[in-house]
Write a protein that binds this ligand. Structure first.
Ligand code: NAD
Length: 335
C-alpha cells in the first residue's frame, strides 16, 4: 500500500497539495502536477480526498505516467497543509469548504500552528463554487491565520479541466493574484482577476445563472423543433450559426447525434459533465444571494424549480449532466 504523506516542512516550498479529486479536481490536479513536474522535476505532490480510493487511484496512475515524480497521499487537510505551501481545493460546496478549512484537522487551524514565516508563505486557492459570503469569511480567517487565500472558481466543465483550458474567475488581493497566476496557468487558459475576495464567486454564480436558464431553453427548442419535423442536426446547426448560438447548444447540445463532430454528455447517457445536483446548488446560490441583494432573478428561480422537479421525478438525473433536463422535458413534466 502507498505510504501516506510524511510531514516534510523543509520541502514545503517545492510541494503542491490538491484536496478534492472529483470529476473536476482529478483532471485539474493531473494537468497541474504533470506540467509542474515538466517545469521542475524536484517538485513534490500531495493528494487528499474524503474517499481514500480516489487518492490511491490518482496517485497510482500519476506515478505510472511519471515514475520519477514524488507523489504522496495526505490523510487529512492538516497533513496536506504541513506538506505544502501551495494548496488547491476543489470541493462540492460551502459545507465541504468549511470542513476542509475550519475543522480541527483543517487548513486554517494548521496554519495557526505554523511559524509566522511558514504561515505567510502559504497560499490557498479554492476553486469550489460556493456561497460568496462563506468564501469571503473563510478567506478572512485564512488571512488572520497568516496565509493568503483566493476564490478561483472555474468555467469550462470537465472537458475544459481535462484539456487544461479552464477559465479561472479570481477574487483576491493583487499580490495573491500575482502569486497564484503561474499555478492557475497550468490548469487553465484564461485567468481573470474579478476584484477582491468573493468577486470570483460572484462572477461564477452570475455566469451559472445564465447557463442554467440557457440549457433549459435549448432543450425546449430542440424538443419543439423535432416535434415540428426538423432534423436535430439541421436545427442545431441553424441555432449555432444564428442569434440563438450559445455553449448549451454548440457544445452541450442535449440531443444525441445533433453535433456530429462533438461528443457531449448526451452521447454517453448524460454521464460525466456537470451534475444536475450541482446546477441546482448553483442556482440556489444565485437565488439566495439575489434575495440578500434585492436583485430579482425570476428566470433563475423558475430554472431552479425545473431542475429540482426533474430530479424529484427521475432521481437518477441528479448525478447526470444537467443537459439531461431534455429527457425530463421529453418525457413530460409533472402537472
Ligand atoms: P465532485 O463531487 O465530483 O468532486 C468533489 C470531490 O471532493 C469528491 O472527490 C469528494 O470526495 C471530495 N470531498 C468532499 N468533501 C471532502 C472533504 N471534506 N475532504 C476532502 N475531500 C472531500 O464535484 P466536481 O464535479 O468535481 O465539482 C467540484 C466543484 O466544481 C463544485 O463546486 C462544482 O460546482 C464546480 N464545478 C463543476 C463543474 C463540472 O462540470 N463538474 C464545472 C465547473 C465548476
Amino acid at each position: 500500500m502507498r505510504p501516506t504523506c510524511r510531514i516534510l516542512t523543509h520541502s514545503r516550498s517545492k510541494s503542491i497539495s490538491f484536496i478534492g479529486l472529483g470529476r473536476m479536481g482529478s483532471e485539474m490536479a493531473y494537468n497541474l502536477f504533470s506540467k509542474r513536474f515538466t517545469e521542475a522535476n524536484d517538485s513534490r505532490f500531495v493528494v487528499c480526498d474524503a474517499i481514500p480510493a480516489a487518492t490511491t487511484r490518482f496517485a497510482d496512475n500519476f506515478q505510472k505516467q511519471f515514475p520519477r515524480a514524488h507523489i504522496t497521499i495526505a490523510a487529512t487537510p492538516e497533513e496536506a497543509t504541513l506538506a505544502s505551501e501551495m494548496i488547491v481545493t476543489m470541493l462540492p460546496s460551502s459545507p465541504h469548504v468549511r470542513q476542509v478549512y475550519l475543522n480541527s484537522s483543517g487548513i486554517i487551524p494548521t496554519l495557526r500552528s505554523l511559524s509566522q514565516a511558514d504561515a505567510s508563505s502559504t497560499i490557498c486557492i479554492d476553486s469550489t463554487t460556493l456561497d460568496v459570503q462563506v468564501g469571503r469569511d473563510v478567506a478572512a480567517e485564512a488571512h488572520a491565520a497568516g496565509g493568503a487565500m483566493l476564490d478561483a472558481p472555474v468555467s469550462g466543465g470537465v472537458s475544459g479541466a481535462k484539456a487544461g483550458t479552464l477559465s479561472f474567475l479570481v477574487g483576491s488581493s493583487e499580490q495573491a493574484f500575482s502569486r497564484a497566476s503561474p499555478i492557475l496557468a497550468l490548469m487553465g487558459q484564461r485567468i481573470i482577476h474579478c476584484g477582491p475576495s468573493g468577486s470570483g464567486l460572484a462572477a461564477k454564480i452570475c455566469n451559472n445563472l445564465v447557463l442554467g436558464v440557457e440549457q433549459i431553453v435549448v432543450a425546449e427548442a430542440m424538443l419543439l423543433g423535432q416535434r415540428l419535423g426538423l432534423d436535430p442536426v439541421v436545427l442545431a446547426s441553424v441555432i449555432n450559426n444564428s442569434t440563438g448560438a450559445c455553449w448549451s447548444s454548440s457544445v452541450n447540445n442535449p440531443v444525441p447525434g445533433a453535433l456530429p463532430e462533438k461528443s457531449p454528455p448526451c452521447e454517453r447517457d448524460f454521464d460525466g459533465g456537470f451534475a444536475t445536483a450541482l446546477m441546482i446548488k448553483d442556482l440556489g446560490l444565485a437565488t439566495e444571494v439575489s434575495k440578500l441583494s434585492g436583485s430579482p432573478v425570476p428566470l433563475g428561480e423558475a430554472a431552479e424549480g425545473i431542475y429540482a422537479d426533474a430530479v424529484e421525478r427521475y432521481p437518477e438525473l441528479s448525478k447526470k449532466d444537467f443537459s439531461s433536463v431534455y429527457r425530463y422535458l421529453g418525457e413530460g413534466r409533472k402537472e
